[in-house]
Design a protein around this ligand. Structure first.
Ligand code: FMN
Length: 354
């Protein structure tokens, strides 16, 4: 995005806690809780506090520590749609888990329940046992994207209400139309979460928003410039960033909490060894995560949203000037820090943005 272009509107979102705490699993200030009840309360409060979006990640088994609870994404998203009024609900989807016709129908169903607030986040999987142990198999990294591309090329026109005839390597769909169509807009929004070259190509070709893992501002600038330069039909690609926020009255207090979370996260080291062994070695996301120490998932504190209230607000605006529209945020302990963000950071960002 060129410097002369005005930045996109800023939207704040929260990650649903589908697998509990984001930074450290053994935190006396945040007992492990991935329940529906907690997530419902959390998302309803986020909506009341002024957050614009929530991302419900999809994992059939807990990817960090399999014996722990894991909230099911699509049933939770449908229920959240009925029990909220304004907040966007994004449900992640791994193409191998659902036939695209069924998934498009489910997406349109939640679009109706939410009255036009639903989105999918296409993700390509990294946790091998989730698919292998189900007998689905874990195809090679780029092959999974080839499959995902064909899958999305079926889902997209069906969500749009078009009659589809498709014959490809994996799917044959004949004269298929989903009704009722979307009465609120052309179709639910499509986010793409993945960092590798095939993920970028898919975002440029079929996505509305590319989700970037939390990482330093200069890296994010480069990623956005690369994607924005690709040929594309229709409206411009938009950008979202995942990040873990630690904001305090002073920078020193924020760093102290960061260190505290690093110490707590160290207690999970045995769990992380298993998680790493389960991770696709070709996952570019995993390689990015290894580049800088951080707490939180999907980049976490590597995005640098750790500091005084003013520093965090200024950094959010710098990412926004680089082209980030949606900030999908994590905290720990989640509810208390989310409230602090709404009270201290949201008004500062609004005031600084003028
Ligand atoms: C914002 C965001 C959300 C994600 N959510 C999920 C998810 O819900 N489930 C999942 O298995 N992977 C999720 N991922 C991870 C992607 O599946 C991951 O990027 C991919 O497996 C590795 O692909 P890559 O090599 O293209 O990065 C997410 C990634 C991003 C950036």
């Amino acid at each position: 995005m060129s410097a002369s272009k005005s930045p996109p509107p800023i939207r704040f979102g929260v990650w649903a806690l589908v697998h509990g705490s984001r930074a450290a699993l053994q935190d006396p200030d945040e007992p492990y809780d991935a329940s529906w009840d907690r997530n419902l309360r959390l998302i309803q409060e986020a909506e009341a506090l002024g957050f614009d979006s929530t991302l419900v990640a999809q994992h059939t088994i807990n990817p960090h520590h399999a014996p722990r609870d894991q909230l099911e994404a699509w049933t939770a998203a449908a229920a959240l749609a009925a029990l909220t009024d304004r907040i966007e609900i994004i449900a992640a989807i791994k193409p191998y888990l659902y036939h695209p016709v069924v998934l498009a129908k489910m997406a349109l169903g939640i679009e109706h329940i939410s009255r036009g607030r639903f989105a999918i986040n296409l993700v390509n999987a990294w946790n091998r046992p989730e698919l292998e142990k189900a007998g689905i198999g874990f195809a090679e990294h780029d092959e999974r994207y080839v499959y995902g591309r064909e899958w999305l090329s079926v889902v997209e026109p069906l969500m749009r209400g078009q009659t589809l005839n498709h014959e490809g390597a994996n799917f044959r769909v004949t004269d298929y139309t989903l009704r009722p169509a979307d009465p609120y807009r052309a179709r639910p929004r499509i986010y793409i979460g993945g960092e590798s070259e095939p993920a970028r190509a898919l975002a440029a070709e079929l996505g509305d928003v590319w989700f970037i893992n939390g990482q330093p501002l200069d890296d994010v600038r480069g990623l956005i410039a690369g994607l924005a330069a690709r040929p594309r039909a229709g409206s411009a690609l938009r950008f979202g960033l995942s990040a873990f926020v630690i904001a305090r009255a002073t920078e020193a207090e924020a760093h102290a909490h960061h260190m505290h979370l690093f110490e707590l996260a160290a207690k999970d080291s045995e769990i992380r060894v298993v998680q790493q062994a389960n991770t696709d070695t070709k996952s570019v996301m995993a390689a990015t995560m290894r580049r800088s120490p951080r707490v939180g998932s999907n980049g976490g504190t590597a995005a640098g949203l750790v500091g005084s209230y003013d520093q965090v607000a200024e950094r959010i605006l710098a990412f926004n000037r680089a082209g980030i529209e949606t900030f999908m945020l994590q905290y720990q302990p989640f509810e208390a820090e989310m409230r602090r963000f709404a009270v201290e950071i949201m008004p500062r960002v609004r005031a600084m943005a003028g």
